[in-house]
Design a protein around this ligand. Structure first.
Ligand code: RAM
Length: 361
């Protein structure tokens, strides 16, 4: 049904390999300089870690989400603020109302002026936030990316919710199974610059190059900008433009909820498969009404909690961000810093009608 001539296959494979290389290097325009430090980002190799140092009291940590009105980011940040109370510090959340590339810059500048001990950022763009974040690190403000990374030399740690590779590949595997490995599919993403989205999409494309997906064709990557209305309209647009569409992967909680809302009220309900990343509370009704069979996510509360403790460990000198260093994240226990200052929370959970009522977030 979908001709895969050798030339087309080769071109597709090259494109996917490039996309993957970009994702692995930290995305769009990340330079060699930004990955030159083998461990721990900007300051990881200079300072010395003291694993026995106690967590400092009265630390001020600030969460800067992609956008303030994203329900997922809210859960993450609130959990991080709660964690700060646990270790005797103060947390807060500030941020823009849209997820555009440079919308976070002025917030970083204000947080520097306020002399926060640590800034935690879910970056809307890997590079646009780099100048001010480097300024922050120069002034000994620790920088932790979470959810969506910056270029590697613009932060000391990246708290990743799950392995980016596992997220990307598993979404394709899951959707493939659901549609019998056959037919046109589309991706409904967030913003075009989001590091996390682009890393996942690169792995999705790479997965799709495997022989078992030869009868599946990715026809379009659409961008809903993590805005509910735009994501809803993009879903409608996809279904109009590709009447044979068999499946949509939306690796964003905003996108998948808007797409599910569109599908549930349309003639496509139960015919077009929707999979991706969503919160159980936003997706519950669509699982119950048969619009969505399954989707995945991790526990966003744990992500915020882990990020908060990692920031405190950095600001207390327990860790510097170098590979191999360990720290204790309160009740979550011990974590080890991996390559390039990455700390991984754990594998994602798949939600379906069988388990969705066990979760409340
Ligand atoms: C949205 C955002 C966020 C992503 C989740 C899964 O809320 O795009 O960055 O991690 O979805």
């Amino acid at each position: 049904m979908f001709p895969h001539t050798p030339a087309r296959r080769r071109a597709a494979a090259t494109a996917a390999a490039c996309a993957l290389a970009v994702a692995l290097a930290g995305c769009s325009g990340t330079t060699k300089d930004s990955v030159e430090k083998s461990s721990g980002g900007a300051q990881g190799s200079n300072a010395k870690a003291d694993p026995d140092a106690p967590l400092k009291k009265n630390l001020k940590v600030a969460f800067l989400p992609k956008q303030i009105n994203n329900p997922y980011e809210k859960i993450v940040d609130e959990a991080g603020i709660e964690a700060a109370k646990e270790y005797g510090g103060t947390g807060k959340e500030v941020g823009p109302s849209d997820a555009s590339a440079s919308s976070q810059v002025s917030y970083i500048n204000t947080l520097i002026q306020q002399r926060q001990d640590a800034i935690l950022i879910a970056a809307n763009d890997p590079n646009a936030v780099c100048g001010p974040l480097k300024q922050a690190m120069k002034r000994d403000i620790k920088v932790v990316a979470y959810d969506s990374d910056t270029a590697k030399d613009c932060r000391q740690l990246f708290i990743n919710q799950a392995s980016s590779e596992e997220i990307g590949r598993s979404l394709v595997r899951n959707l493939g199974k659901q549609i019998g490995y056959r037919g046109e599919i589309a991706i409904l993403s967030a913003t075009q610059n989001a590091t996390n989205q682009n890393a996942w999409i690169a792995f999705m494309k790479d997965e799709l190059n495997k022989p078992q997906y030869k009868d599946m064709k990715l026809v379009k990557v659409a961008y809903g900008d993590d805005a509910d209305q735009k994501s809803f309209q993009q879903t409608q647009g996809l279904l109009q433009a590709y009447p044979d569409l068999k499946g949509i992967i939306s690796p964003t909680t905003v996108g998948i909820a808007a797409a599910a809302r569109y599908l549930s009220d349309s003639s496509y309900r139960g015919k077009v498969v929707l999979n991706g990343l969503g919160t159980p509370n936003q997706m519950r009704k669509y699982v119950k009404d048969g619009t969505v069979e399954q989707f995945s996510l991790w526990d966003p509360k744990k992500l915020g909690y882990l990020g908060s403790y990692a920031a405190a460990a950095l600001a207390s000198g327990q860790i510097t961000g170098a590979e191999g260093e360990k720290f204790t994240a309160g009740k979550l226990g011990e974590y080890t810093i991996g390559k390039d200052g990455e700390v991984i929370l754990g594998p994602p959970t798949v939600f379906s009608k069988d388990n969705i009522d066990d979760f409340d977030f």
